[in-house]
Design a binder for this molecule. Structure first.
Ligand code: ADP
Ligand code: MG
Length: 257
């Protein structure tokens, strides 16, 4: 499966009554790249992602997956290419882990067809990659928040998407599982767009980052060039100190009021 190219041009969105939440945001992600979206609470990160996975329709601008406007595609066609992992957790606590992950196969099946052997194999692989094989027959309601989050990532992988969109995927995870999920995301070879509230994690994970503040794009590009002390200070209204950690040479940001 080839990863998708994603492009957004001049995206603007506003609620029915009220000011724009997102204004004139453009981005370009080449196949296989990881784009990190960072910005303070309320900056418009989730709204931008909702526009990218065709949940919200832009007031102006468009979203192109491999050059095709997603609003000129059928919802099901988009669902075959684009998978989403949201912050919200599933509410259907009676389903088992395996049943939830199998839902990821739905866009690939025709009509009311039941999951086949191929679907079962893909689900088993996704469960194994997220270290969930042991929990496959547990009801989702009995899992911890972090385990549930890994189930949602497994469901997204079972969808075999070409573009993966994640909204703060590390929120419910402890440090070890944060690193595991992010490392996994890196190895998928998929095109990935993820919002992350941890700027240092974004810098480590992403090929490119986009900094949002008050619905506008302040900067985008490679993390080392974009995530300057000055820009972060402006976006987040904090004081920032950038340290270079030897011997790796990686930069680390610390924040102060
Ligand atoms: P972030 O994910 O960066 O925290 P959001 O995209 O969730 O930000 O929200 C950005 C702003 O837009 C917030 O002020 C939020 O209250 C507002 N907003 C988001 N969705 C809606 C909506 N459907 N109706 C009205 N306001 C909204
Ligand atoms: Mg959000």
């Amino acid at each position: 499966m080839t990863p998708a190219a994603l492009r957004a041009e001049g995206l603007t969105w506003a609620p029915r009554r009220g000011h724009p939440v997102l204004e004139d945001v453009s981005l370009d992600v080449t196949p296989g790249q990881v784009l990190g979206i960072v910005g303070p609470n309320g900056a418009g990160k989730s709204t931008l992602l909702r526009l990218l996975y065709r949940y919200l329709r832009p007031a102006s601008g468009r979203v192109l997956v491999d050059g095709q406007d997603i609003w000129e595609m059928e919802a099901r066609e988009v669902a075959r290419s684009v998978a989403v992992v949201l912050q919200e957790q599933p509410s259907d606590f009676a389903l088992t882990v395996r049943e939830i992950v199998t839902l990821g196969r739905a866009p690939h099946r025709s009509g009311l067809a039941r999951p086949g052997l191929r679907d079962e194999r893909i689900v088993a692989t996704a469960l194994a990659r997220l270290d969930l094989s042991r929990l496959a027959d547990r009801r989702i309601g009995t899992l911890s928040g972090g385990e549930r989050q890994r189930v949602m990532v497994a469901r997204a992988l079972a969808q075999e998407p070409r573009l993966l969109i994640l909204d703060e995927p590390t929120n419910h995870l402890d440090i070890r599982h944060q690193l595991e999920v992010l490392a996994l995301v890196r190895t998928l070879g998929l095109t990935v767009v993820t919002s992350l509230h941890d700027i240092n994690l974004a810098a480590d994970l992403a090929d490119r980052v986009l900094v949002l503040a008050r619905g506008r794009c302040l900067a985008q590009g490679v993390p080392a060039e974009v995530l300057t002390e000055d820009l972060i200070a402006r976006a987040f209204h904090v004081r920032v100190q950038r340290q270079t950690l030897t011997p790796s040479g990686a930069a680390h940001l610390t924040f102060h009021l």
